[in-house]
Every structure is written in structure tokens, then in C-alpha cells.
Design a protein around this ligand. Structure first.
Ligand SMILES: *[C@@H]1O[C@H](CO)[C@@H](O)[C@H](O)[C@H]1NC(C)=O
Length: 287
């Protein structure tokens, strides 16, 4: 008997769990998308796809930074409405209960977008999700290197610049010396001014003294890479040949010679002083 009673309780619990489970699900997400990089001047689509699970839709509303710019309410006329908001140009005929179509994306279009879905009585479920829209205006060209020489010898100073065309956001520049990223202390950052349309360029200088070990098979290779997020990557090269007119051994030889000469010149005077001191001492003792 006791066992049957327990089973009975068990069944009720299961029933309640299932009931609560379905109630909690009610409405659920299928797909949400706010593009994380849109080219300036292009059109784009924000997606807010949900599964009502049998519930009735009350409203879908889209907000940018807390301000509503689009709503879809099946019980209202018109069903679709857009509200003026700077930088957000809704293409109403192309928008519906699960997507919003935006025209001619500009820098002002960038920002945080939020979709809110409400269902009808009796459940009044709510779904809210947001994402950041990023607008880009990629460089039209690759970076360029200016300055520098065709040949280098150890001890020479290298002073070159890498410049990338203006873009949104500003390009990130990186210098490599023979495939190794240049140390921070070799870099000179130059400020770049924003143009009328909000684009910013970049210039990064590379300044260091050439050492013997900078040459690889008689050549020094400098590479500058310009990137914008993961959407754009271009590079520019600067190469310089090692100067061969002065072989390594000879260069070392002259340095050693210099040292030897200065030592030799001081030796005779030392001998002269010590020998004259010896003479003075001997002269005193003898008488
Ligand atoms: C590098 O660019 C800066 C800023 O434009 C300029 O002042 C400097 O002379 C340039 N150096 C070389 C080597 O071109």
C-alpha cells in the first residue's frame, strides 16, 4: 500500500514539473543577429527570430540605445510603424515581425540595438536581447613605407614611416624586422587627424640602429602590416642590402688596431719615468 502511495506522489510531481517547464519555455529564441561589421553606405538587416510555441504575439519592438524606432503589433493599424531616430533609416516594406531592414548605414547607425518580444494574455511572456552594430569604412589601399635607404651597414640609423589610408575605425599598424615584431622602444607613434567624414589614418615610425644580426643572408627586411579588425589586412615591405665593401674581419681589425696604438704610445713614457726614478734611487744609495 505504502509503495502505491509513493508512486502517486511521484506522478503528481512529474506533472507539475512538466507544467512549469512548458510555462517557462512559452516563447523561445530561434535566431538573433545584429551585424558586428557593416560597410558604411550599405543596407543591412537586424534579425529577431523567435518561436511562440503556440502563444499569440502581442508586439515586437526594436530599440537603439533605449529609444524605440520600430514596432510590429498585429492588433494595431498600421501593423508596422517606424519612429524617427538619427542614423536609423528603416525600410518599412522590407521589415516584418522577425526582421528590420535598415537603409544606407552611416557612422551614426552604429550602436546598441535591442529587440523585445511580448506575447498575449494569459502568459505575457517577454524575450529581450541586444547586440552591438559596428560600422566600418575600410581603407581603399594598402599601407606605404617612406624613408630608408637601399643599403645599410652596422651602426646605421634606420628611420622609416609606415602610413595607412584613412578608414573607420583607424587601421592598426605593426612593424616587423625579419618576421619578428619590432620592440616597442623602436616605435614612434604619430597622431592622425580625423577627416570630414570621420575617417582616421595611421602613421607608425620605426627607429633603430642596425646591428650585424639584423641581416639575414645579406639583407634586412622590414614589413609593415595594417589591419582593421579581421576585415582588412595589407602589408608593405622595405628591404635593404648589407654593404659589402667593408668585410666583417677588416672592420674588427681596425678597431683592435686603434686600441693597440694608444697603448703603445703610453708605454715609452712609462719606461722613461720608471728608469729615471731608478737612476735617482741608485744615485742616492751609492755615495
Ligand atoms: C614620419 O612621419 C612624421 C609625421 O608625419 C614626420 O614628421 C617624419 O618626418 C616622418 N619621417 C620619415 C623618415 O619620413
Amino acid at each position: 500500500m505504502g509503495q502505491g502511495r509513493e508512486r502517486h506522489h511521484y506522478c503528481i510531481c512529474m506533472f507539475l514539473a512538466i507544467l512549469m517547464f512548458t510555462q517557462a519555455i512559452g516563447i523561445k529564441w530561434r535566431h538573433f543577429d545584429v551585424p558586428s561589421s557593416v560597410n558604411r553606405g550599405s543596407d543591412t538587416v537586424l534579425t529577431c527570430q523567435y518561436d511562440l510555441q503556440g502563444d499569440l504575439l502581442y508586439s515586437v519592438k526594436w530599440y537603439k540605445a533605449g529609444r524605440e524606432f520600430y514596432r510590429y503589433i498585429p492588433d494595431e493599424r498600421p501593423i508596422k510603424q517606424k519612429f524617427p531616430l538619427a542614423g536609423v533609416s528603416v525600410n518599412l516594406p522590407e521589415s516584418d515581425d522577425q526582421t528590420v531592414s535598415l537603409l544606407n548605414v552611416g557612422l551614426q547607425t552604429a550602436g546598441q540595438y535591442c529587440c523585445e518580444v511580448l506575447t498575449e494574455a494569459p502568459k505575457y511572456s517577454t524575450l529581450v536581447k541586444s547586440g552591438r552594430l559596428v560600422v566600418v569604412d575600410l581603407p581603399k589601399d594598402g599601407p606605404t613605407v617612406s624613408g630608408g635607404q637601399n643599403e645599410y651597414r652596422p651602426g646605421d640609423k634606420i628611420d622609416v614611416n609606415c602610413s595607412a589610408p584613412k578608414s573607420v575605425p583607424a587601421p592598426t599598424l605593426t612593424w616587423y624586422i625579419n618576421d619578428d615584431q619590432a620592440p616597442h622602444e623602436y616605435l614612434v607613434e604619430y597622431p592622425s587627424e580625423e577627416d570630414d567624414s570621420g575617417r582616421i589614418g595611421a602613421t607608425l615610425g620605426l627607429h633603430f640602429t642596425v646591428r650585424r644580426w639584423h641581416f639575414f643572408e645579406g639583407q634586412l627586411t622590414l614589413r609593415c602590416t595594417a589591419t582593421v579588425h579581421r576585415l582588412y589586412e595589407e602589408h608593405a615591405l622595405h628591404t635593404g642590402a648589407a654593404v659589402h665593401s667593408i668585410p666583417e674581419e677588416l672592420e674588427y681589425g681596425t678597431h683592435l688596431g686603434d686600441g693597440a696604438v694608444s697603448q703603445e704610445s703610453s708605454l715609452p713614457s712609462l719606461l722613461l719615468i720608471s728608469s729615471s726614478l731608478f737612476f735617482v734611487v741608485v744615485h742616492r744609495v751609492v755615495p
